[in-house]
Design a protein around this ligand. Sequence first.
Ligand SMILES: NC(=O)C1=CN([C@@H]2O[C@H](COP(=O)(O)OP(=O)(O)OC[C@H]3O[C@@H](n4cnc5c(N)ncnc54)[C@H](OP(=O)(O)O)[C@@H]3O)[C@@H](O)[C@H]2O)C=CC1
Ligand SMILES: O=C1O[C@H](COP(=O)(O)O)[C@@H](O)[C@H](O)[C@H]1O
Length: 521
Amino acid sequence: MSNRESMLVPEATECDYLPDVLTIFVVGASGDLAKKKTYPSLFDLHRHGFLISDKTIICGYARSPKSDEDFRDQLMPYLKDGTEEEKKEFLDLCIYRKGAYDSTDDVASVFEELKEKEAELGEGGKVNRLFYFAIPPTVFVPIGKSIKEAVIDRAGESVGWSRLIVEKPFGKDSESFQELSSDMKALYSEDYIYRIDHYLGKEMVQNLLILRFSNAIFEPLWNRNHVKSVTITFKENFGTKGRGGYFDSYGIIRDVIQNHLLQVMSLVAMEPPVKVTGEGSANYIRDEKVKVLNCIDPVKLEDCVLGQYLAAPDGSEVAYTEDDTVPDDSVTPTFATIVLWIKNPRWDGVPFIIKAGKALNERKADIRVQFKNAPGSGNLFDGQTITENELVMRLQPDEAVYIKTNVKKPGLATKPIMSELDLSYKERYDVELFDAYTRLILEVIRGRQATFVRDDELKASWDIFTPLLHQIDDGKVNPILYEYGSRGPPESDQLTERVGYHYHGGNYTWEKNETIGEQEI
Ligand SMILES: NC(=O)C1=CN([C@@H]2O[C@H](COP(=O)(O)OP(=O)(O)OC[C@H]3O[C@@H](n4cnc5c(N)ncnc54)[C@H](OP(=O)(O)O)[C@@H]3O)[C@@H](O)[C@H]2O)C=CC1
Ligand SMILES: O=C1O[C@H](COP(=O)(O)O)[C@@H](O)[C@H](O)[C@H]1O
């Protein structure tokens, strides 16, 4: 058995749902998300043995008419990696039915057919049902109501669990979130609902709690006495790429900061939960995330820099406002650096810097914990440069954890240089890292809610950003313009420096698998 297989198999054997029939009902199956993420992830689960052909029904549901064959042809180009035979076997499981989202009758009539299939496959055994909402939030409640009346309320004794996966955006501010949340709560209790934030499914984000709490070396340092700043960065080297219509009414804060990056930050900053894995851990973890979010004051304008991208200097890329789907006078930010302050005994005074932008110089996401300088090091080393240690966890591309550390430059001189303790995943592990969606759908099937966002977490996160978002929506803040392909507005570096982040600049170069410099005597 290869290393790759050995890392997969124990997971498959943990799946106690496998003997039951599983019906997956994908609402919005004709849409972009379903094609690009939901179905490819279901395919991944199927070809790795997490979904069993003669126990699984996958039914797509949306308003447009389509035959099963047409639907399968549309999915085919999005299925990557597997063999043609694996693709065919998976697509044979996928059927498509048309219906309205607000029609209990339409959903009921599809389920009449599905119940027959379930009975055929189940041979009297148990049936579980997963409903995936790959739809805009405006239709969460209508389809939620139709499913409840047509399926959940009429579930017979053979039905085991029913679970709902819902996708962001969960509102646009505190008020719209509350409205959506109370409408959904009137239909479903919290244990039915799995709110996806795909950043929680990324390998390195899943690694955070293990790294923090299973190593004796980190937790004693993880506080205001030793940490100087924490930076969470998200950069994309492309613009809104035709998604300007959606993006313009959201902006970068609603698009990635209020959700993905704040989720990552709450895992970095929270107190240890009662349990990280096993029985009860989902609520223990989420309790701690909410607590830390509730210690953050709403963002003040002076703690943020907003930007919007211009065209590329060589003319190869157009400015944000030149996108046909964006109004010419839009002031929607495509870049933001925001400093958050956690008012609790662990973090009081430590800046948590969240930086996110589109059309920048590179694509990357990372977490950077910068530690304070070693006490007395200036004197000990005769004024030679000693730089602050940094623990960096790179989420993408190329997952890595490295600690920037001062060591003696190899050779005869006694000169400190910055080097790294380096764990690069590609070099260390021969294992397929699954897409975040694949991982998260499997977690839903296993009934593990820890990596899904609870209602009260969302409330707390909207409360942090809502006053700022309203100022932006009211046109009270003009973003600073930056060139496509740059690092964003220079004011961002000025802000991070002002709050205490120290950029090491030319003191450090990473030279993969190469020797460092000339030997000094
Ligand atoms: N295992 C591995 O794969 C390892 C890879 N490396 C690589 O080595 C390189 C250097 O690593 P590292 O030192 O961690 O990261 P960088 O030097 O790229 O950046 C460090 C931080 O400084 C910021 N920054 C960059 N330029 C400026 C500036 N002019 N003023 C203020 N802030 C600035 C960056 O912000 P911003 O992102 O916004 O530009 C980033 O947050 C990277 O490419 C890294 O991937 C290093 C160690 C191990
Ligand atoms: O949710 C979103 O995330 C993507 C970035 O996801 P990643 O996994 O590729 O980092 C972002 O491009 C998009 O604008 C946003 O809506």
